[in-house]
Design a protein around this ligand. Sequence first.
Ligand SMILES: [Zn+2]
Length: 163
Amino acid sequence: MKGDYLYCPNCGLKLELEEVKDEGLIPYCKNCNEYYFPHFNVAISMIVRFKEEVLFIKQYGKDFYILVAGYLKRGESAEEAAIRELKEETNLDVSSLKILKTKYFSKTNTLMINILVDVTNKDVKLNYEVDGYKWFNYIDGLNNIKEGSLAKEFYLNFYDNYR
Ligand SMILES: [Zn+2]
């Protein structure tokens, strides 16, 4: 499986599978006396809201709207990452936030954490990572988020349950 260790990331020894109670067979380094549970990336995906409008962005030269997102840094909470990423990419400040849903995205071996983020104003200043942005009312948001994307799945969950 993508994300499974075959060799010890500390000493390079080939790992052996050892039975761990209630967990099944887990890769184990007998040199370091360490188990390596499946590892994966963690990222946040944000529904950025001001009053009754939501912010979508365009990125990577693609012509469709997605949610503002970013990977967590080591030691960071999802909440801290949301505040940092939003400031970096849009210069917006968070007034409150709430985790709505999480989902594992196998294509990039990433656990995605969807967060509803209310911001203090609409004055977006994009950094170099973002190509464009637009504020949408809730209904227009439904019709403008990329079809078939995880962003759309998260937005639908917001639209149906939290708006
Ligand atoms: Zn080792």
